[in-house]
Design a protein. Structure first.
Length: 282
């Protein structure tokens, strides 16, 4: 990827972060930390990789995205809004009683959402089913899923980890958001899932480890996943929880807490400064 395009995507990703924080702040509820850590990936998928059409969200041959870690819906909503699936202004209605943008993705009411998720472990299993369906129907769309590192504590994730290689689902790519923190703290102290890469390799996956905040590395991982035949791909993304907001970075307290007015304003100032810096580099 050329430097100009990477910079353009970084600008969009930071706008997505602003949308996510705006939604959480206005709701005074939600999950900012993990939303900020996956904003770069979501931006890359929806603006560079996936075959989707905001004017036809249910297009039969579209690529699918399942946000298995459904509590990070604020980032997904911010991305879909930036991509044109619904008005950007609606992101501020997150979790309001009359809003279609609730705390977890809802495929029935939100344009661009391919699966309702929330119960951890289930989304990635559905993604495997979607990929198998594509194979059986001889369709060439691809399926992507994002799950959290804390989500690996769910047994259903490992049932899916057996399922996908068994059916040779090379049209399935999952991304593990490996930021090292969950709501109760350090994942290695809560229920250690490491080494994540070696475990997926043992289950028969093509495994790639990359930087979650490098568009070059993410793009390379996705291209390698597309080129791999006969195996699903697991991309283990080393990420920073609360990315690009100084007081949220690597802080488990921001897993599921909303900022107050002062904190929100500081976060937006920091993101605006980052965007201005990136725009100056174009």
């Amino acid at each position: 990827m050329n430097a100009k395009r990477a910079t353009e995507l970084a600008i969009i990703a930071n706008r997505v972060r602003k949308h996510a924080l705006t939604g959480v702040y206005n709701a005074q509820a939600g999950h900012p930390g993990g939303s900020l850590s996956i904003s770069d990936l979501l931006t890359l998928l929806y603006f560079e990789v996936m075959n989707v059409d905001p004017k036809n969200p249910r297009m039969a041959d579209r690529d699918r995205l399942v946000l298995s870690k459904g509590h990070t819906a604020p980032a997904l909503y911010g991305t879909l809004a930036e991509r044109g699936f619904f008005p950007v202004e609606d992101v501020a209605t997150l979790r309001k009683i009359d809003s279609y943008l609730q705390g977890h993705p809802d495929m029935k009411n939100i344009p661009g959402v391919d699966m309702s998720t929330g119960s951890l472990g289930q989304g990635v299993s559905v993604a495997g089913g979607m990929a198998l369906s594509a194979k059986l129907d001889k369709k060439d769309y691809r399926v992507y899923a994002i799950l959290g590192d804390g989500e690996l504590e769910e047994g259903q994730v490992w049932e899916q980890a057996m399922f996908a290689p068994h059916y040779k689902l090379d049209n399935l790519t999952i991304f593990v958001d490996f930021n090292g923190l969950q709501i109760d703290g350090d994942i290695t102290k809560v229920m250690n899932p490491t080494p994540i890469d070696k475990k997926f390799e043992a289950f028969g996956w093509n495994v790639i480890v990359c930087d979650a905040h490098s568009f070059d590395e993410l793009s390379d991982a996705i291209e390698k996943a597309k080129a791999c035949k006969g195996k699903p791909t697991a991309v283990i993304m080393k990420s920073v929880k609360g990315k690009n907001v100084s007081f949220m970075e690597n802080n488990a307290a921001w897993h599921g807490s909303a900022p107050n007015e002062e904190q929100y304003n500081q976060a937006i100032r920091e993101l605006d400064a980052k965007i201005a810096e990136l725009e100056a580099a174009l």
